[in-house]
Design a protein around this ligand. Sequence first.
Ligand SMILES: Cc1cc2nc3c(=O)[nH]c(=O)nc-3n(C[C@H](O)[C@H](O)[C@H](O)COP(=O)(O)OP(=O)(O)OC[C@H]3O[C@@H](n4cnc5c(N)ncnc54)[C@H](O)[C@@H]3O)c2cc1C
Length: 453
Amino acid sequence: MQKDILYDVIIVGGGPAGLSVGSELSKEIKVLVIEKEIAGETDKSWFIPLDVAEKNDDIMKYTYGGVKRYLASTYSGADLSWEVKQFARYPFIKEKELLSYWIDIIKNNNSQIINNCFYQNHTVKNGTVTVSTSKGNFKSKLLIDASGHNSVVLKNYEMEQDYYWWTIYGCTAKYKERPDHIKIGDYMLWQTFEDTNIDKNASLREGRPVFEYMVLDEETYLFFMLYLNREKMPMDLAEEVFMHMLREEESTKFFHDVEIIEPRFGYYPSGDLPERRAKDNVDFIGDAGCWTTPCGWGMSFILTNYKDYADNIIQLVKENKLDEKSLNDIIKLDVHQRHQILFDKLITHFLSNGSAEDLDKFINFFNIIDPLICEKVFTLRVTHEEIEELLKNFLKYFKLGELIKIIPKEDYLTVIKEIKYLLADLIFEKIFPYHSEDESGYDYYDEVIDEIS
Ligand SMILES: Cc1cc2nc3c(=O)[nH]c(=O)nc-3n(C[C@H](O)[C@H](O)[C@H](O)COP(=O)(O)OP(=O)(O)OC[C@H]3O[C@@H](n4cnc5c(N)ncnc54)[C@H](O)[C@@H]3O)c2cc1C
């Protein structure tokens, strides 16, 4: 541990955001990662869209299998299953191996990781950040906060995290026998039970938990229980409810005797337009920077962006341009991306606020439209034609009055914003063939958005 050196970057947090970005940065500049526990020991498991894995050649070898079939089943009667069109569109990640891969890169490049080192506070003076930790003070030109959903750095700046939150508890488990109707690659994404809330019609937001399972391979299941509320739910409650679902519910009887291997749990924000909230010499990534989508593809966001983000940071460090504006300009979203995020947010809030009956109706809606469109909404890959098709059918299926009741008042502004971005994107797509990666379009988009506003 070298306290007297000036690091280029200090990263708080040895989770996927900190280690992925740290590994890329370490190829050119001097990095220190501090982790309050042991870097790379995660209590999460991930699957991601295939094209995200494919974007990174080196990451592909840490993926396996994938979702082949989606299922939904509610106590109130909705029942649906659909095959994934192209196998392994959503591969699973060998999480520990991937994190170790990034750790090795950091160490081999002579950058450092310090475990059991808790970030406490920092100060910025004349372009130097002094970071106080449980193992003493360290100095760098830039501090990157990758400490996750409960960031102390954000708290020190008194920055609010005003989101809906996913609370999730589950486990990986070994099985000996698998009934014929449950297949490898199955993903039960929405199962509910009558006895998990006294109010039969309670929404997720009112405390109706959802059960999920995935069949990872010949011998492993992954189980989850999720809440989606304005607040994070207590983890001991989440664990208790999960164990009841796994061990006692009649409809999970095939799982009652599975052998639990490791718990999997945590919280993650149901994102919004990622807030660019950098300060001079300080930036935020991963869950701390709301690098996610409203339905919670945080790992996917990290894998999509970490290499480009790190390239930009290396450039800024070399040019010594670590002011708030330069940092905030790194990730720019065009109008198309913005309206996809807001659309996803509205649907996710609809899922949280809809009663059991509304959600059944929503699930059964996929008997009318192609469920692939739903997947695309959640992974931000939906086209205008598909949104048009979806909205047309949605408004036939749900009366406007019903929707107004489900979407809470606080989201009306989001609806207006979304209409604005959707229209602007449509107009642009028709008139100007700007591609989302064509940076020259960004400023122009913004100008016209201001006009429309
Ligand atoms: C159970 C679960 C399943 C998920 N499944 C998926 C999925 O299938 N696909 C997907 O795309 N996303 C998924 N996500 C979301 C994804 O895991 C998160 O978005 C991602 O982990 C965020 O990474 P991070 O590095 O920002 O934060 P974290 O993974 O939370 O890592 C933060 C690290 O910072 C450390 N830390 C915290 N405070 C301090 C401090 N003061 N000092 C030093 N270190 C500190 C923590 O110990 C931790 O190691 C899932 C999340 C959970 C909880």
